[in-house]
Structure formats: C-alpha cells, structure tokens
Design a protein around this ligand. Sequence first.
Ligand code: MG
Length: 192
Amino acid sequence: MNMPEKNKPVIGVDLDGVCADFYGRMREIAAEWFERPVDSLSEDVSYGLEEWGISDTKQYESLHRFALNQRQLFKTMPMLPGARKYLRKLSDDGYHIRIVTHRLFIHYSHAAAVQQTVAWLDGHGIPYWDLCFMKEKSAVGADIYVEDNPHNVLQLREKGFATICFANSTNKEIPSPRASGWREVYDIIRAL
Ligand SMILES: [Mg+2]
C-alpha cells in the first residue's frame, strides 16, 4: 500500500445506511425489543423510526442502547452489497477513503461502539485511511461525501460540499445526485 498523498481527493463515507444495513438489522432487533413479529415492522421507515412506534428521543435511545450493548448492533449488521468492492476500487483509483460516522451518541458506551465498528470494518475488508466519529460531518473536510441521513445531506450541500445521497426509505425527498447502490456511487464519483 502506498502512503496517503496530500493531493488525493478525500471521500467522506458514512457507515449506517451506506456501508452497513442499519435499518435491516435494527428491524430484527426492534422486533425482539418490542416482542413483535419482524414482519409487523414496516421496511418503509423514516428517520427516527416512528413507523415502529418510536415516538421520542428517549425511546430511540433505549432501543439503541439495547441494540448496541446486548445485540452488538455495530458488529452484526450485514454489509450493504458493493460497499467493499467499490470502496476498494475507489481506493485503487487514487481516492482517499475517510469513514465519518456519528456513532458515539449513546453516553458511556463509547468503547463498545468503537470496538464493534473497527471489528466490523476489518471483518468486511472495508478499506480506509481515517476513521472519524463525528456529529459535525462537514468538519472532517472531505471533497465528496456519501451519506444517507436526509438532514446531513441537506446540511452538507448547503455548505457547498458535493454530497451523494445514498437512497433509502428515510431520504426519498432528497434531490439528486442520488445513488441507489454502490455501483451508482462509483459511477457518480468517477464522473465528477
Ligand atoms: Mg447514515
């Protein structure tokens, strides 16, 4: 592997909903948490999971704490198809991969969150140079962002950052550039 070069374009890559199937795994865990059949939980969820009966931040955090600490959420999510293949291609093509994730929002569970994340990234062979646990994603200064959180996409674009919206049910209203999968992310980045 070559040393990172200063002039390489930096891609800021989100994890949940972009590389990892956060909503798919969370649906299984939420079914356990609520003691409901998994089929009764809609796959067409919005940000905040209100379709599953989550009505406030406290409930969301309780579910998330259970998922992280009792079900190893960040270690057990399936990889979204193409994430490894196309991130490796982008890395080979000369892009600098910077993972940017807001996973430290449950207090006093940071060791678990970081350890599960690193194990997951290694276990799935995801290439990256930097791993940033950040709420304020624009602060990591990437040239191109790949993000699914609708609020983050809008905020990054407002600040002038090229941001590809990784399409899922939480961000249907967000305008293009949108990618419905990693192949499209790759094609959009190469065309920039
Ligand atoms: Mg995300």
